[in-house]
Design a protein around this ligand. Structure first.
Ligand code: ZN
Length: 135
């Protein structure tokens, strides 16, 4: 498995519009895109080679809403870009690492994503993502 960069830090938020102000009004950054992903909405704030990804639930009892109910808003996951997510998933399965799904699924920006279960990573939710070639 080759990890190319920290693609983004995922932040659990109640409202992308509200939280984006921290980055755009207090800091000189820009919210460049927002995108629905299943029951979530994501907003990307580029910082050099990486991004802050604001993630909010669009359903009151969705998984992100439940996370915020329990732990409050804040850092939710780290996303590492890999060159081949299918190979990465096979490699982790062979090592017995628990994953949150059987197969990679579609995330924001056409990426294919998978999460390592936080019980295997001392509490940090780690996302692996592979972007389409043209990205
Ligand atoms: Zn993410």
């Amino acid at each position: 498995m080759k990890i190319k960069r920290l693609a983004h830090v995922g932040i659990a938020v109640k409202s992308i519009d509200e939280v984006a102000k921290v980055y755009t009004d207090l800091l000189p950054l820009e919210l460049t895109s927002t995108e629905p992903v299943g029951e979530l909405r994501t907003g990307f704030i580029p910082i050099g080679e990486t991004n802050v990804e604001l993630v909010m639930s669009t359903e009151p009892d969705g998984t992100m809403a439940k996370f915020i109910d329990k732990k409050g808003e804040g850092v939710h996951h780290l996303a590492f870009e890999v060159d081949d997510i299918d190979a990465a998933v096979e490699e982790l399965k062979a090592k017995g690492v628990p994953l949150t799904a059987e197969k990679p699924w579609k995330g924001a920006h056409g990426a294919r994503v998978m999460f390592l279960h936080p019980k295997a990573t001392h509490g940090v939710l780690i996302e692996l993502c592979q972007y389409p070639e043209e990205h």
